[in-house]
Design a protein around this ligand. Structure first.
Ligand code: HEM
Length: 491
């Protein structure tokens, strides 16, 4: 209720007053991460706004966020029951559903294990270190060939459209054991239109907080529902194929391993408490989370590289020095490429392309920094604020990879790297973080070893972020690449 009883000696978090019925919704209409960052300077790291009649707790500041998500992790690990979230994976999503009890815990563990087995665990069947390395190398090589072909044919191109299919193919290989053609319409209809998902699932969507809006026609919402339906249909078809060809002696991919979990649900097994359909549809969460964020990371990387050609050159010098041109980059090179690592950290920090985590909610009444927070309070975690906080960063608006390096430029400052907020913290932290970081590293280094990126003469890329679940940039059709040295066929 609006008039919560606050226990004696405690106070409610401060915040802007807002207008009746709508609360602060009008102020939050555009770029809410920036508006809430500005408001946090006035009201502090623990602040309350109202969206419609619903209070929302907004957390800023690295220490406050660590306190809530790590030290008081159990209190803050819930998800709010939001109208839009009920449409994701039939309301059964690991990521978006309000479940945060034992079933969620067991599902999360299962998804984590399946993901690991088919990505970074040492592979008995692959000549690479692990399956992830094999898939990323292969897809990055494919994109290089594609970019060069587009240069021959058109002299310029939009990289996003091709990156997204290659990145989707990496997670498809792990989840479904197959890759798709770059012109596969069914896959393109999903991966090339993920904004239709991100526009509605973004933190602060008014329809999630003002119920009357759910009854008004909305084009964005129709597109969102259609997108979720296409995802489910896509998954159902693949599941059917997998069941028909399933062989318990040959577990081919994540889907097979989840089928296996369903089939031998035994006593004492972690899966006993999970209903079957909630095992199998985990693949939907992995696939959905797996392509959009990594593509967005790579796409922002390319935008920074063409905007700062000297930074691109420095990465290429580092690659030439440590890897040379006789072999391709491998995951094991990561420790010896500090400048490249610093660039990736700075891309995550400066773009903050996931400005908020997925919304949290409190699982019980709690106290944070002396403020009383009741159970079931919706919580926004402002990652953008942390990444641009003047208390943590010198000249936060400047793109400067060197801020993460020691004076000699030989080592990444680990403590500073850990301040960058991109994957969340604590119990709800992204389960794909390690594989996402490996993917971005290997994909980028493979591209940059061979290609130099630029935009056509007289053109500039538009870096203005467009708000959504993830911040995108406007697509740019004016990218160009040049082969850095004659291509040799390598195996
Ligand atoms: C959740 C970031 C890639 C799977 C999240 C969250 C963030 C995030 C911010 C929400 C954390 C919270 O609510 O506090 C990213 C970024 C990625 C990335 C920046 C790439 C650069 C991936 C990949 C996968 C994945 C590759 C799996 C294949 C998940 C899942 C959740 C999640 C399943 C939900 C966890 C839960 O609710 O318990 N991610 N992610 N992510 N991510 Fe990622």
């Amino acid at each position: 209720s609006l008039w919560q009883h606050v226990p004696q000696g405690l106070k409610s978090p401060p915040g802007p007053r807002g207008i009746p019925i709508l609360g602060n919704v009008l102020e939050l209409r555009k770029d809410p991460h920036l508006v809430l960052t500005r408001l946090s300077k006035k009201y502090g790291d623990v602040m309350e706004v109202r969206i419609g009649t619903r209070p929302v707790l907004v957390l800023s500041g690295l220490d406050t966020i660590r306190q809530a998500l790590v030290k008081q992790g159990e209190d803050f690990m819930g998800r709010p029951d939001l109208y839009s979230f009920r449409h994701v994976t039939d309301g059964q999503s690991l990521t978006f559903s309000p479940d945060s009890g034992e079933v969620w815990k067991a599902r999360r563990k299962l998804a984590q294990n399946a993901l690991k087995t088919f990505s970074i665990a040492p592979s008995p069947t692959s000549s690479s270190t692990c399956l992830l390395e094999e898939h990323v190398s292969k897809e990055a090589e494919y994109v290089i060939t594609k970019f060069l072909q587009l240069m021959e044919e058109e002299k310029r191109f939009d990289p996003f459209r091709h990156l997204v299919v290659s990145v989707a193919n990496i997670i498809c290989a792990m989840c479904f054991g197959k890759r798709y053609d770059h012109n596969d319409q069914e896959l393109l209809k999903i991966v090339n239109e993920s904004e239709e998902f991100g526009n509605v699932a973004a933190a602060g969507n008014p329809a999630d907080f003002i119920p009357v809006l759910q009854y008004l026609p909305s084009r964005a919402f129709t597109l969102f529902k259609d997108f979720n339906k296409r995802m489910i249909d896509f998954m159902q078809k693949i599941l059917k194929e997998h069941y028909e060809t399933y062989d318990k002696n040959n577990i081919r991919d994540i889907t097979d391993s989840l089928i296996q979990q369903c089939l031998d649900k035994k006593e004492g097994n972690a899966t006993t408490q999970i209903p079957k359909e909630k095992i199998i549809n985990l693949v939907n969460d992995l696939f959905g989370a797996g392509f959009d964020s990594v593509t967005t990371a790579l796409s922002w990387s390319l935008m920074y590289l063409v905007t700062y050609p000297n930074i691109q050159k420095k990465i290429q010098d580092e690659l030439d020095q440590h890897i040379g041109r006789e072999r391709r980059p491998r995951l094991s090179d990561r420790g010896s490429l500090p400048y490249t690592e610093a660039f990736i950290l700075e891309m995550f920090r400066h773009s903050s392309f996931l400005p908020f985590t997925i919304p949290h909610s409190t699982t019980r009444d709690t106290v944070l920094n002396g403020y009383y927070i009741p159970k079931d309070r919706c919580v926004f975690i402002n990652q953008w604020q942390v990444n641009h906080d003047e208390r943590l960063w010198k000249d936060p608006q400047t793109f400067n990879p060197e801020r993460f390096l020691n004076a000699e430029g030989t080592e990444v400052k680990k403590v500073d790297g850990e301040k960058v907020q991109a994957f969340g913290l604590g119990k709800r932290k992204c389960i794909g973080e390690p594989i996402a970081r490996w993917q971005v590293f290997l994909f980028l280094t493979t591209l940059l070893q061979q290609l130099e990126f630029s935009v056509c003469n007289g053109k500039k890329v538009d870096m203005t972020p467009l708000y959504g679940l993830s911040l995108k940039h406007k697509r740019c059709e004016h990218f160009q690449v040049k082969l850095r040295y004659p291509m040799k066929s390598m195996s």
